[in-house]
Design a protein around this ligand. Structure first.
Ligand code: ADP
Ligand code: NAG
Ligand code: MG
Length: 325
């Protein structure tokens, strides 16, 4: 059915649903899924939350390089959560890894697969300390604002997504405000706050992840063999026991508020080359092997004597490409 048809149907459906609330139709998934039609055009029900996990999985498989573990954990977290009509607590995921490994990239990539209007959705909130909370002296104001924003937005739509980027640069006091929303107990005025998704992103634990990935490499083991168990304890220690970190003393660990720790591994040169190729293709250029090699060679690698992993992931690829054309 096309969009035009939908526009014509809309007033009709609104009347029908007003008279006959679609209780029995909520889980219908036949050729004419009336509940999702209603939601998509009137902006009610689950707001514009329209999870398409198969599409997300496919997009990640094609566009995210070298992060199999992160991909698996992310999908596992979302699969168990998005189709659950009454989750016990909000979904809380924390992305960790060094710079340029794809954390912010994944945070943006998943949005259009969860919300119909993608990054423009009014139910997707992206916070970065540098942009939203830059001045330490205004911390009390920020705390107040942030609490009201989360609460206000969750009241408007329980299926909201909050992404907190660069957590390691966030004032620790701000996390205190977020914590009450992450647990199971927050149900106010009949609003179910347990349907929300929170994603925290930080570089914290990145050095530990890099070290462990390097140890695997030294032991001639595949990076695909690295499991969450191998990383978890050191990442938690580095990220949450560090006074420089936004999570410091927040109780986020003691209260078991994080459902999924999602580690991003350092990228090798062949991963960087794939980033360069994508960058060339996105500029409508031929992905020429010599150009790809030259860009990849221009990036710093660590450890200094072995040059195994990119020190900046794929972060500087976009800005480097023009110099090699
Ligand atoms: N694993 C990856 N797969 C594909 N592209 C990547 C990956 N990591 C980084 N990139 C590219 O590099 C850019 C910068 O990565 P970003 O996600 O901002 O890194 P960070 O982990 O520091 O948030 C992204 O926009 C993306 O184009
Ligand atoms: C929702 O959050 C945004 C920030 O992302 C804020 O500007 C807005 O005021 C909030 N809305 C409500 C209803 O609190
Ligand atoms: Mg980032």
């Amino acid at each position: 059915m096309d969009w035009e048809g939908g526009r014509l149907l809309l007033p009709f459906l609104q009347v029908v649903f007003h008279l006959y609330p679609p209780l029995g139709l909520v889980s219908s998934s036949g050729p004419l899924d009336l509940s999702s039609w209603h939601c998509s055009f009137s902006g009610t029900c689950e707001c514009d939350f329209r999870p398409d996990l198969a599409g997300l999985e496919c997009n990640l498989a094609v566009n995210l390089v070298g992060q199999q573990l992160a991909r698996e954990l992310l999908m596992k977290g979302l699969k168990g959560f998005v189709h659950n009509p009454s989750p016990e607590k909000p979904l809380v995921m924390s992305f960790h890894g060094s710079s340029g490994t794809g954390k912010t990239f994944v945070g943006s990539l998943l949005v259009p697969h969860l919300f119909r209007s993608g990054l423009r959705s009014p139910y997707v909130h992206h916070f970065s300390p540098v942009v939203h909370f830059p001045h330490a002296e205004h911390i009390e104001q920020y705390k107040n604002d942030l609490k009201n924003w989360i609460q206000g937005n969750l009241t408007r739509c329980g299926r909201s997504l909050f992404i907190f980027d660069d957590m390691d640069r966030m004032h620790p006091g701000l996390v205190d405000v977020i914590i009450p929303f992450l647990g199971p107990s927050w149900v106010v005025f009949g609003t179910n706050y347990r349907k929300a998704i929170f994603i925290f992103i930080s570089n914290a634990g990145g050095e530990q992840i890099n070290q462990i990935t390097l140890d695997f490499w030294r032991a001639h083991k595949d990076r695909e063999e690295i499991s969450l168990k191998d990383l978890e304890a050191s990442v938690y220690k580095a990220a949450f026991e560090n006074p420089q970190n936004g999570f410091w003393k927040s109780g986020i660990i003691d209260q078991h508020l994080i459902d999924f720790l999602v580690p991003f591994l350092p990228l090798k040169q062949h991963h960087v080359k794939r980033c360069v190729a994508s960058e060339l293709i996105s500029r409508d250029l031929e992905p020429q092997p010599d150009v790809i090699q030259a860009v990849a060679d221009s990036i710093p690698y660590f450890p200094a004597e072995l040059k195994v992993f990119s020190a900046t992931g794929c972060k500087t690829v976009t800005s480097r490409v023009p110099f090699f054309l």
